[in-house]
Design a protein around this ligand. Sequence first.
Ligand SMILES: [Zn+2]
Length: 471
Amino acid sequence: MNKFQQTWDNSHFYSGSQDPQIIVTVEQTKLAIAHLTSLCAPFNQYIAVAENLPEDQFVAILNQVKLAHFHRTEKFQAFRNLQTFISSTLSTDTLDGPARAWKPTLQQLSAEISQASKALDVFLTRVSDPFIQQLITEPALQELSFALQHARKHQDQLLSLPEEQLLTGLSVNGLQSWGNLYTELAGSLKCDVNGEQIGLAAAFNRLSDSDRTTRAAAWHGVRSAWETQSGTVAAILNAINGWRLEETKQRGTQRTLHYLDQSCHDSRIDRATLTALMDSTYAGRSIGQRALRTMGKVLGVETMEPWDLFAPPPVSESVPSISFDEAIALIASAFSQLTPPMGEFAIMMAEKGWIDAKPTPARSTGAYCSSFSDPREPRVFMTFEGSMNNVLTLAHELGHAWHNWVMRDLPRYKTYYSMTLAETASIFAETLVRDALFAKATTPAQQLAIAWEDGAAAATFFAKHTRQVYL
Ligand SMILES: [Zn+2]
């Protein structure tokens, strides 16, 4: 009997993708959007004078900013919960009909929310520094301090208000739908692995099979499945890149930026940081190559092939598969060595049914952590089948979840972080578990199982990065 369920329980938000309450939330969101539009309407006029705003108007306008900001932070909580609910539903079943139907509607509403407050955003990006200085002394607006300071660095990339609104509106059926098409394709793709038709997520898991011919069959199966879609996939990538290039060009009338400058700005790093990262990765590629050579030796393989990258260590037959309950206990004990609340948190995630890890037929690939908005509850998604690699992935995602959890009382705008920061929490958590498992290992076979994961991580990260950038 398992102690923890391996599927998440989101029923206190909605009973399912056909819950009639979803329609109620959608209708309430439309009303809230109309109200937000009217609260932000005055800023249409203020934009023209933003740079030279007379000081005697500061207080009156600050009060309008407060009202609009409060509305957009507080009145869309149910909508944000619904977004998380629908995307979670689609992760466990990419073929869920009602959830698939709701997805574009929610994307549309999300664009309408940002269109509704666009005048406010453009105003706050353009307005004079003294106004911002006064704004951040207001307790209700202080949470905007960093976000505004950051956005204002790219002040000169702003288009006119109607152009900004048009771009946001068009991106729903333009830019974003390419992502939807990719997700749909990936969810419905069938891979032929030794004559068996299986989904992508299941085929990926077979890449870590102990039998080399099964791994090779899985790798070829995934590749052949994508090859049938190569024209479509190329069109998707061209359209996304075309959009990015055109948008960068349109925005660059005052100062021309490279499209990577915008990506770096969004990720809150400089181009120089990105270049330094890539250069040091390339300079250190021998670590990955050494790891691969050592893994090849242990596997008794002359040349490591792509399907050997996720191979388990050859002793894995004698290392029993790990149950979900055991994985949670292992992770909780490793987290507790750093700080007991972090260990208790891992157990709470499992107890409350905030993790979905059970293999299902039309499941998404990959693993992620997301969060409901109100109450702020994290969720972890992955596919757990008992390997050491699965345990480390679970630890990684629980690291993200812990990061979210410790911020749960912060004002919303202070909790937004970029991927460049996010991975610090997750890789730290993963390393805690890796180190604890290694210290606990008593036999060479157990030690090899952990060291193997380290080697594989080095090899796949370096192989991936060096190939993408330099070859
Ligand atoms: Zn991560």
